[in-house]
Design a protein around this ligand. Structure first.
Ligand SMILES: [Zn+2]
Ligand SMILES: [Zn+2]
Length: 144
């Protein structure tokens, strides 16, 4: 009789241990799920920009708004330059525009039309504020 109750006691104890173990596993799993919605990274943000406004080679025929210069760096747009044309038809050097969009709000430098959805921008701004990023050390060095 004693042996039998010992057996059940052990079984009970083992079950408790197993349940606690499972519970811990579950908590870890839930935590991982929560942290698995990470804030947007800079490369993701740039990828979104690329999706919305793909980089193209500048040609005179593409120049719908008859723009002569990139209004970010104020230099003339040359045939073959890598550019992005926004929905508002404003064209900028790809590098200049990306820098602008990362540094400021994701709007057209000329007409302030929104380039990316607002939630994307808010998410990105949150990331920037969190990390106090100095994103573009090459901001100065690109003057050539
Ligand atoms: Zn430019
Ligand atoms: Zn514009």
């Amino acid at each position: 009789m004693q042996a039998l109750s010992d057996f059940f006691f052990h079984l009970y104890a083992k079950t408790i241990v197993l349940l606690v173990f499972l519970l811990i596993e579950l908590i870890i799993l839930v935590r991982n799920l929560k942290t698995h919605t990470p804030p947007m990274t800079i490369s993701q943000y740039l990828q979104l920009i690329e999706e919305k406004t793909p980089t193209v080679c500048f040609t005179r025929t593409l120049n719908m708004a008859d723009q002569q210069e990139c209004r970010v760096c104020l230099s003339e747009l040359q045939e073959g330059d890598k550019v992005r044309t926004l929905k508002c038809k404003h064209t900028f050097h790809q590098e200049c525009l990306d820098r602008w969009l990362l540094q400021f709000w994701a709007t057209c430098p000329l007409c302030r039309n929104r380039v990316l959805p607002e939630d994307v921008v808010t998410d990105y701004q949150r990331l920037r504020n969190q990390r106090e990023l100095i994103i573009f050390p090459f901001w100065e060095s690109s003057e050539d």
